[in-house]
Design a binder for this molecule. Sequence first.
Ligand SMILES: [Zn+2]
Length: 154
Amino acid sequence: MAQVRSRDTVPEVLVRRHLFSLGFRYRLGTRVDFVKPDIVLPAWDYCIFVHGCFWHRHDGCRMTTTPKSNEDYWREKFRTNRRRDRRNLRYLAECGWSTGVIWECAVRTGEFRAIDYDRLIRGSLRRRHWEVHSRRYTRRRKIAGGRGITHTRP
Ligand SMILES: [Zn+2]
């Protein structure tokens, strides 16, 4: 076991269990062409990512620290990660998938449980991209209505 299996990281397991308890059924390890979402909900055309705040550079989040040494290495690494994330979300939207990102900070604080996923995934807000943030870890005015969710068009 030399390799860490990223798809079994704890935040992802917690999100998976929570969605399952709400009645959502998903597939794991499913690829959409070159994109490998953490959770795929085929019945709802939904792909969900559980993003680590550090690696995926959650904007304005306390967990998004930057190492002090090897700055060039990290800058390049983060830029590559961000570019890949943007490209993946854009590609999925083009293929007709809706997408959601649940940030690690919201999982860590448990705030992700307060989100109305029925409404986001099954209901009136379908066909959008949304992101779930921690209100305790982030200082973004953008976070709509103080509920810890941002919405954008795909
Ligand atoms: Zn965060």
